[in-house]
Design a protein around this ligand. Structure first.
Ligand SMILES: O=C(O)c1cc(=O)[nH]c(=O)n1[C@@H]1O[C@H](COP(=O)(O)O)[C@@H](O)[C@H]1O
Length: 233
């Protein structure tokens, strides 16, 4: 399984994105395009970033009735990204529909992963606001099992949960993990966080890092620090 750092390109538009990407003269980082950038620029931003030679995780977190998700995924399949996602809370039936929609006529498709519990969700809020009374880790493992049963490739969770997900679903089951902060960094709206080095020790496949890189005074230096901490473990 590939192990890599994915930069979350949470920018308002193409101009800011390319100003950021132009800083990287030596590396071609794996990039995540999320809702903000995709809603601002549409499919053209995916094509342009792909043309520059980056691998792309298109993070649109689909969550709707199975038929709608299937049709939307068949449109996203044409963008030829490397990875995309849905919410596991949409149920096994919805995830199966997503997989069907994403699979091209020749049988190929991007990696498809499912968000378990957002890394900004605390156990306390989940129980009090969403009335889910189970411990949050049990819900993450259950969502991961559902994701596997639906035939997807893996899940999004915090690196803190990657070990238990692998134990439940196997080492080949991919874990893509945001909620990463340097030991001396601000958490912001994230709740379930850890450092790149600890994420590597726990055994996650990919870490997703946004603001600690994009808002750093030296973004390339911050990216290299992440790669060093995560890949050198
Ligand atoms: O699916 C995601 O990528 C995602 C899931 C999740 O549970 N938590 C989470 O933070 N993300 C995304 O990962 C990125 C994290 O960014 P930073 O908090 O700036 O490092 C954001 O683009 C989020 O949309």
């Amino acid at each position: 399984m590939a192990k890599d750092v994915i930069i979350a390109c949470d920018f308002p538009g193409a101009k800011e994105t390319f100003r950021f990407l132009d800083l990287f003269t030596q590396e071609k980082p794996f990039l995540k395009i999320g809702m903000e950038l995709f809603y601002a620029e549409g499919p053209s931003i995916v094509k342009e970033i792909k043309r520059r030679g980056h691998r792309i995780f298109l993070d649109l977190k689909l969550h709707d009735i199975p038929n709608t998700v299937k049709k939307a995924m068949s449109v996203l399949a044409r963008l030829d990204v490397d990875m995309t996602n849905v919410h596991a809370a949409g149920t096994i039936e919805m995830m199966r529909a997503a997989l069907e929609g994403l699979t091209r006529p020749d049988g190929t498709r991007p990696l498809l992963i499912a968000v378990t519990q957002l890394t900004s969700t605390s156990e306390e809020r989940m129980q009090r606001e969403l009335l889910i009374q189970a411990p949050i880790n049990d819900t993450i493992v259950q969502y991961a099992r559902n994701t596997k049963e639906a035939g997807l490739d893996g899940v999004v969770c915090s690196p803190l949960e990657a070990g238990m997900v692998k134990e439940a679903c196997g080492t080949d089951f991919v874990t893509v993990t945001p909620g990463v902060r340097f030991a001396d960094g601000a958490k912001g709206d994230q709740v379930r966080v850890t450092t790149p080095a600890r994420a590597a020790e726990i055994g996650t496949d990919y870490i997703v890092v946004g603001r600690p890189i994009t808002e750093a005074a030296d973004p390339v230096g911050a990216y290299r620090r992440c790669v060093k901490e995560f890949m050198m473990q």
